[in-house]
Write a protein that binds this ligand. Structure first.
Ligand code: AKB
Length: 316
């Protein structure tokens, strides 16, 4: 039986991933870990919840021992925009935190570890369209630097010590349960909340900014699919390109307008525009498709309709 620990369980992906894993493996077998943010009642009451800090390995080991954990989904991270405001914090949480997790996995011979990466590993010198799996990794953000180093560290632990670490380069994730915190792609979530509540949104990237995105159900499915994939079929481990859908901020606003005709979107690019401009527009994820059968289910119209259906009753 798998006993799973989810770090960053109060965050955008962690909160929904924890609930999905609890449904799949049993509530008592999935331990949610937070640092200080209060978890939702749902998360708190549906299974074990503990506070610990990924930069303090002893606090993690105590939880692993208490629950006899053999698998970790390591979702705790500082995202790109906050990472540019607080680069030292991003380095500490993203890189020292990851080192602690893979080192604990090595020492305790854990079965498997999920270490998310991001499209932030790419930079201005990377081909922007249909970005290949193997390509230039020269990011210009601290977040990107920690993600490139994290991929290399994770692959090192696999090759050198046999720790089964797996990871995906997440695009921007769009979801209706928990708001993202501090990323460059957050506008693609905020726009729904503001369109439903106020019929207006001021977007912090230009109308023609195209970034790779993914709807949460696809994100959760991809994450668990990779973790359950047959190891003998994997040629890559910690750095799978992952594609869902790509659209410009203007195309997203136009799709929302089909459901909310009064919606008005304005554009006032801020410092996050430079980060967005350094990332790709579309991603080639053929390695994920070939090695573990990945294929996304949501396109822009389906994702938009589902977001509005889910959020409208809560926000109006
Ligand atoms: C961010 O915008 O920082 C994240 C990411 C693409 O990794 N959503």
């Amino acid at each position: 039986m798998k006993r799973i620990l989810v770090t960053g369980s109060v965050g955008q992906i962690g909160s929904e991933l924890t609930m999905e894993l609890r449904g799949k493996y049993g509530n008592e077998n999935v331990v949610a870990l937070g640092r200080k943010t209060k978890p939702s009642e749902h998360l708190l009451n549906s299974g074990p919840f503990e506070y610990a800090n990924v930069t303090d390995p002893d606090s993690i080991v105590a939880v692993i021992e208490k629950y006899d954990i053999d698998t970790i989904y390591h979702m705790a991270a500082i995202l790109s925009a906050v990472g540019e405001q607080k680069p030292q914090l991003a380095y500490n949480v993203n890189l020292n935190g990851l080192y602690n997790i893979v080192e604990i996995a090595r020492e305790r011979e854990l079965t498997r570890v999920m270490v998310p990466s991001s499209i932030a590993v790419f930079g201005p010198e990377t081909p922007q369209n249909n970005t290949p799996q193997e390509t230039v990794l020269r990011p210009t953000t601290m977040y990107g630097v920690t993600k490139v180093a994290g991929e290399l560290l994770a692959d090192y632990y696999f090759n050198r010590f046999g720790v089964d670490v797996r990871g995906l380069r997440y695009p921007g994730i769009i979801s209706s349960e928990t708001l993202p915190g501090g990323g460059t792609t957050d506008y693609a979530v905020e726009i729904f909340y503001e369109a439903i509540k106020n019929r207006r949104y001021t977007c912090f990237v230009r109308e023609d900014t195209v970034l790779p995105m993914m709807y949460m159900p696809d994100c959760i499915r991809a994450t668990i699919m990779l973790m359950e994939a047959d190891l003998s079929k994997l040629k890559h481990h910690s750095d799978f390109n992952l594609s869902g859908l790509s659209f410009s901020a203007g195309e997203l606003a136009a799709e929302i307008k089909k459901h909310i005709p009064e919606f008005v979107c304005e554009y006032e690019p801020d410092s996050r525009q430079a980060i967005a401009d350094s990332w790709p527009s579309t991603i080639d994820d053929s390695a994920a498709r070939e090695e573990w059968g990945w294929s996304p289910e949501y396109d822009l119209p389906r994702m938009t309709a589902d977001m509005i259906d889910k959020l409208s009753p809560r926000l109006t």
